[in-house]
Design a protein around this ligand. Structure first.
Ligand code: GLN
Length: 494
């Protein structure tokens, strides 16, 4: 049980400190995200389009490894450093990586990405676990707390690309190097702000998230630091290999080992914890599917926007909606709808009809599926004379997907803090992000299939998104039916 915290705006006071820490970290993460592939092509391939494929692959490997690294970070926090020190160390390493990638050398750049991956692994799962530690076992505000935290994430995700985009285009000209250099430095500064925020703010936590066994000694920080440094060349190697199949081979066995470890620890902690661990692992599998289709947002939807969506908002010669802005629609929709969805859960809770965790997940899958249904309809019946579908359809696709994300993603974070074996909550959180990483990896493979050898057409998009719709609908329906069974395994956790 957490200590008696002061309450602010209906939640434990440290929630707002964690909100800001994560806001700045996500600011750093999303501040560079849009620029990475563009920079690689410009800086390391002389702007030649043949550089796109290798840059995309490095980017895909980066994203998958960022989420995969979370299982190590979670484990380190559970067993060695505690959550607070893991977050601090992760922040320092991540900031160092961000400053490294601002140097115009390809090898240093990749080492920098590897450094960001290791730092993020120590940071991201553990800050999420800390949120869960603010609430007592039966506290009904936990999901709402995670939804607020999720808004912090998306506030960073929304503002950072706009700011760094302006920085790159307006202030420093369009030449690759000076422009992107300052994008990366700006993100590095954001990460330093995150570090400072947590450094001074962590007093509020009143000791939760301190090292597992007593103080544990500052030496351990050094050991983990050395360990992380040693991991960087290994990650660098994986990044440089970077082909999608490699990620597969690396991530899937990791996931299986993780499931076994969580299960074994669950069994050790007794029958109830074992059942909870099983329930959590079942949900992880559905999570892979969700992100596999959701992440079309950054890949195949971008090509769709580019070629098949009518972005002339006020007719020819009017305003053309920039392709990149579709990415911000997601964050904006999250910020707009998060309070609405949180209120709906609370409203339903008061009437004792709040959906179970599995049912919320199933709703998430189904909303995601509805987004694909809209695309199916648009691509079969709304294509105009020049082969384009209306702007509002893709816009709404992003909005509907975001509603699905809200039914699933913050609930998932919250769920892990309720169901993971007590001694491995951080590791469980790592598993959550690993399943996301695998989903991201599959999303690239699926997107490549939608585009085929010759690029996306109305026909290939229609075929691919039809598969997306039926898969998500089937998965959502299956989970809906399984829900009572899974709820039983959760032993009263809601
Ligand atoms: N956009 C959210 C974040 O950055 C969720 C990412 C994810 O789990 N794939 O935390």
């Amino acid at each position: 049980e957490p200590p008696a915290f002061d309450q602010r705006l209906g939640h434990p006071k440290p929630l707002w400190m964690l909100f800001m820490t994560e806001f700045w970290e996500r600011f750093a993460f999303y501040g560079i995200r849009w620029a990475l592939v563009l920079y690689m092509v410009a800086q390391f391939h002389g702007g030649d389009a043949v550089g796109e494929a290798p840059s995309n692959r490095i980017y895909g490997a980066y994203l998958a490894l960022v989420y995969a690294a979370a299982i190590f970070g979670g484990y380190v926090a559970d067993r060695i450093l505690g959550y607070q020190r893991s977050i601090l160390l992760g922040a320092v390493i991540m900031a160092a990586g961000l400053f490294m990638i601002s140097m115009p050398d390809e090898q240093i750049f990749k080492f920098g990405l590897a450094t960001i991956i290791c730092g993020n692994g120590l940071f991201k799962p553990n800050i999420s676990t800390m949120v869960g530690k603010l609430y007592g076992v039966g506290d009904s505000r936990r999901d709402a707390g995670f939804t607020i935290f999720y808004m912090g994430i998306n506030l960073g995700g929304f503002l950072a690309p706009i700011l760094t985009g302006i920085l790159a285009e307006q202030v420093f000209g369009t030449q690759a190097m000076p422009a992107y250099k300052y994008v990366f430095i700006a993100s590095g500064i954001g990460m330093v702000l995150s570090l400072i925020w947590f450094w001074f703010g962590r007093r509020q936590l009143q000791g939760i998230g301190r090292p597992p066994e007593g103080d544990g000694g500052k030496q351990k920080v050094l050991y983990v630091f050395v360990g992380a440094m040693a991991a960087i060349p290994a990650v660098y190697f994986l990044l440089s290999m970077g082909a999608e199949p490699l990620n597969w081979y690396v991530l899937l066995p990791m996931f299986i080992i993780l499931c076994i470890l969580l299960l074994v620890e669950g069994i050790r902690e007794g029958k109830v914890q074992r059942d909870k661990a099983i329930a959590m692992l079942i949900i992880f599998v559905f999570n892979i599917l969700f992100w596999m289709f959701f992440e079309q947002a950054g890949s195949s939807f971008t090509f769709l926007a580019d070629k098949i969506v009518d972005r002339d908002l006020f007719g020819p010669g009017g305003f053309v909606f920039p392709n990149a802005w579709f990415q911000s629609v997601n964050s904006l929709a999250i910020i707009a709808f998060a309070p609405v969805i949180a209120a709906i859960w609370i409203w339903m809770g008061r009437r004792n009809v709040e959906p179970s965790i599995s049912r919320k997940f199933s709703l998430g899958l189904i909303f995601n599926g509805l987004a694909f249904l809209l695309l199916m309809i648009a691509l079969s019946g709304m294509v105009n004379a020049v082969g384009k579908i209306p702007f509002w359809t893709l816009f709404m696709v992003y909005v509907i997907q975001s509603i699905g994300e809200l039914c699933l993603s913050p609930i998932g974070l919250s769920m892990v803090t309720k169901l993971a074996p007590l001694r491995l909550v951080g590791f469980g959180m790592g598993g959550w992000f690993l399943s996301t990483g695998i989903g991201n990896n599959f999303s690239g493979i699926f997107a490549a299939a939608v585009s085929g050898e010759t690029g996306m057409t109305v026909q290939s998009a229609h075929t691919g998104y039809t598969v997306g719709f039926w898969s998500l609908l089937a998965a959502g329906a299956l989970l809906f039916l399984l829900a009572p069974l899974i709820s039983k395994l959760m032993h009263g956790v809601k």
